[in-house]
Each structure stands twice: as C-alpha cells, then as structure tokens.
Design a protein around this ligand. Structure first.
Ligand code: COA
Length: 173
C-alpha cells in the first residue's frame, strides 16, 4: 500500500480518530483514565492491572493487543499498522520504539508501506530506548538491553544486547 492510498483508505479515518483520542489520553492525570482512553484507541478493554505511563504515542491503535499485568513506561512509540502483540506480564522501559512499518529500499517504490507484525512474548522485559524492528518476535522471559536495536527474533529465556542485538546470555532458572 502506498502512503497516498493509505490517506484515501479507511485507515486515514482511524489514524485521525487515534490522534484525537491520544491528545485526551496524554493529558489524563490518572492511570484509570489513561487505561480507559487507550482501551478505546485499541478497541480492547485493557486489564485493570495493566499500566501505561504517558506520554504514549500510537499511530493506529486497532492493530495492537496488550495482555494482562503489562507495564509500559513513559514516552514509548508504537507504529502498529502491521500488528503489535504484547503478551501478559511484559515490561517495557521508557522511550522504547515498537515498529511494524517500513518502506522499500527501491527509491521508485519508497512511498509504499511494508507492514510486518511484532510479538513480545510473556514476561519479556524491554530496556529503555530499545527499538524493536518490523517482523521481530521477542521470546518468553527474554531481556532486551537498554539501547538495543532488535533486528531478528529473540529466542525464549535470552538476554540480547547492542546494535544489532545479539544473545549474550541464556537464563537458567
Ligand atoms: C541487560 C541488563 C539487564 C544487564 O544484563 P546482565 O546480563 O546482568 O548484563 P551484564 O551487566 O552482566 O553485562 C554483560 C555485558 O553486556 C554489556 N551490556 C550490558 N548492558 C548493555 C547495554 N544496555 N548496551 C550495551 N552493552 C551492554 C556489559 O557491558 C557487559 O559487557 P562485557 O561482557 O564486555 O563487560 C542491563 O544492562 C540493562 O540494559 N538494563 C535495562 C535497564 C532499563 O532499561 N531500565 C529501565 C526500566 S524498565
């Protein structure tokens, strides 16, 4: 899909709606109101133990699913047209980018949108300012170190570090 097609499709309306609701959400002064408005943005009633600190930036919303007891620290950005799944008990540090959208490298095709889902599995911890690139699955219980750029799937029970993120440790428990 090109960006021009996106502008004329139903997505444009949904993005505009999310933008409006996001202003309200990011001005809320309590977790309950934030949770209520975010539930409206994503079209899913959030678990009352899930906490999202504002500001929180999301471009579409309806392609995101957030599990139970999830914690998302402030200033995270979700580009979710490709679909984002955050499973139960995931913790996400501040300034994390979760990206499901990109453009072709071919300059002639550059305005097309390529979308691929991201999945962050149960009990994973994403450190501050990490970036999760389109198509990546972060495994159960795994840890992404602060500042990492995750370009490939992270296996379960692993610690990944750096740019590009590499496994430095397996978690034994
Ligand atoms: C990854 C992390 C959890 C530490 O895990 P750990 O397994 O205990 O790692 P260690 O401290 O033993 O470090 C192992 C190696 O990785 C390096 N390393 C650790 N964190 C790193 C990071 N964020 N970026 C680059 N390298 C890192 C260490 O320097 C060390 O390198 P060395 O072996 O060459 O000395 C921690 O460094 C981190 O990034 N925490 C995130 C904190 C955060 O974002 N908090 C916000 C609240 S959610």
């Amino acid at each position: 899909m090109s960006l021009d097609e996106l502008q004329f499709s139903g997505l444009q309306k949904a993005v505009a709606r999310t933008k409006q609701l996001s202003v309200k959400m990011n001005n809320a002064t309590d977790h309950e109101t934030t949770r209520e408005i975010l539930s409206e943005i994503i079209g899913q009633k959030l678990d009352e133990r899930t906490i999202v600190f504002t500001p929180f930036h999301i471009n579409l919303g309806i392609r995101t699913r957030i599990g139970k007891r999830v914690f998302i620290n402030h200033a995270c950005t979700f580009l979710d047209i490709g679909g984002i799944t955050i499973e139960d008990d995931v913790q996400i540090g501040p300034n994390v980018n979760v990206l499901t959208e990109g453009h072709p490298l071919d300059p002639a095709e550059r305005r097309k949108l390529i979308v691929t889902p991201v999945v962050i599995k149960r009990n994973a911890w994403i450190g501050a300012a990490a970036t999760i690139l389109p198509g990546v699955t972060v495994g159960e219980n795994s840890v992404v170190a602060a500042g990492s750029v995750v370009t490939k799937d992270v296996p379960d029970n692993s610690v990944v570090v750096g740019i590009p993120a590499k496994v430095i440790k397996k978690l034994d428990f």
